[in-house]
Design a protein around this ligand. Sequence first.
Ligand code: FAD
Length: 376
Amino acid sequence: MSVRSVLIVGGGFTGLTAAIALAQRGVKRVTLVDRAPAWARVGHGLTIQGNALKVFQELGVLDELLAKGFAEDALTLYFADGRVMAEVPTPRTGGPDLPATLGALRPDVHEILVHRAESLGVEIRLGRELVSFENHGNEVSTLLSDGATEFWDLVIVADGIRSQTRPKLGISAERASSGLGIWRAVTDRKPEMTGGIAFPFEDDGGAYKVGYTPVSATQCYVFVLCRPERPQNGLADWEEVKRLMANYHGDFDALRESINASTFLNFQEIEWIFVDAPWHQGRVIALGEAVHAVPPLIAQGAAQCVEDSLILAEYVTQEGDLEQQFAEFYERRIPRIKGVVDASLLLAKWEQHPGTPDADAPRVMFESLQALVTPA
Ligand SMILES: Cc1cc2nc3c(=O)[nH]c(=O)nc-3n(C[C@H](O)[C@H](O)[C@H](O)COP(=O)(O)OP(=O)(O)OC[C@H]3O[C@@H](n4cnc5c(N)ncnc54)[C@H](O)[C@@H]3O)c2cc1C
């Protein structure tokens, strides 16, 4: 085995899945640090595509996830007035035995992963950051914010799109705006409502599009895609979301009406980054959103992150030269991630320019997911 001790920096989906995959494969000492002083149970929903479900199956958490979430095999596209535009089957990217997608609450997924990591003996230390690292041939030393200096065979950096470690790895790529912003909420849904997205007829100053994903029998996660800046129009957040959704009808009327002053809402500008290989310096390698993040227009962000973690764990737990293992890892990962990045950025451009000649979002969504049916 190339590595016997690993420090993971960041306890999001990337870091936790890396920790589980390594511990499962017999790495004796797996330690994960996160700067958060405690795990927060706030957050919204997420669409977990089949290829991510396949990773979760390998990590031994699939059944728990399926029990919490809501599985689907198709997406309904609507015109803003509520008429159905198309029923688009979603490719089963995790293979024929797994649902195409699972809607779930982020805190539920996170909690399941934390429990699994702990049950495998992963040591989790909260409220700590990586201050610096130094490569020394066959090992790497790290200094953490609590003052501890330790030695490891490998350090995995999974500290997200705002990674502070990325530049220390000699990576100069910067995150950039996608030109889009997004509001998110979790709200009630009618039991018969399955996942859907509605598109406007023209840019009318409201949302670029509105969608919802069931996350349980009674609730759904609603997202409202819009301009990247929150306008200073004097409206409270819930009033602004209702304004953006004003021209969306059919099932979207009920969703809009369910949003009120007590709904937990979150707005953020959507950024992206893509770093070509290499992602490492010596024995320190970045994974997940620290090196690739996309606008969530085919809902593949987290899926690509967890694929990174599982596949890297497969390589570094075999005998062999670490540099060679990294090279094989990149060869397998980069083209697949690049496909997701290119499709997501193209869709982001079309969102901002409704009516672009030859724009065909359903085709690009379908084809880019179909390309992922081939295992990672
Ligand atoms: C609006 C939106 C919607 C999305 N929807 C979907 C979806 O439906 N489906 C999907 O597959 N993907 C989706 N994604 C993408 C998905 O959320 C991300 O790809 C995924 O969560 C990234 O995981 P990560 O672990 O790499 O990073 P993060 O989740 O950002 O985790 C990074 C962790 O590192 C910690 N950290 C940061 N800095 C330090 C430090 N210096 N030291 C120690 N710890 C540190 C943080 O506290 C955090 O816990 C969406 C993204 C956005 C923005």
